[in-house]
Design a protein around this ligand. Structure first.
Ligand code: ZN
Length: 100
């Protein structure tokens, strides 16, 4: 079984997580201006590398937080990914609330 390291909970079995797809796919700034082909590309087309891949994961059976990791698609080695803007939460004590 693969182990995934949640930035807040530490390493856990992969069954605690839900896969969120490729990380870093930005929402189009003007979606109404996209052609059908461009919109389909945004919705459906993702990279599929043989090697390191930046992914989003959701700790569904833990802290219920989105985070990103880099995973090697052949060896399944993982390492922390860069922070995702506008998702997840800052590491803090439960119930500490949102920091300004
Ligand atoms: Zn967690």
């Amino acid at each position: 079984m693969q182990s995934i390291e949640c930035p807040w909970c530490g390493p856990r079995d992969e069954i605690e997580f839900r896969y969120g797809g490729q990380a870093g796919v930005a929402y189009p700034p003007d979606p109404a201006a996209l052609s059908d082909e461009e919109w389909a590309g945004y919705v459906f087309v993702r990279d599929n590398p043989r090697g390191w891949f930046h992914e989003r994961w959701f700790h569904a059976h833990g802290c219920r937080t989105w985070f990103s990791i880099r995973r090697h698609t052949v060896t399944h080695e993982t390492e922390p990914g860069p922070a995702l803007h506008g998702s997840g939460r800052a590491p803090s004590a439960p119930g500490a609330g949102e920091a300004g």
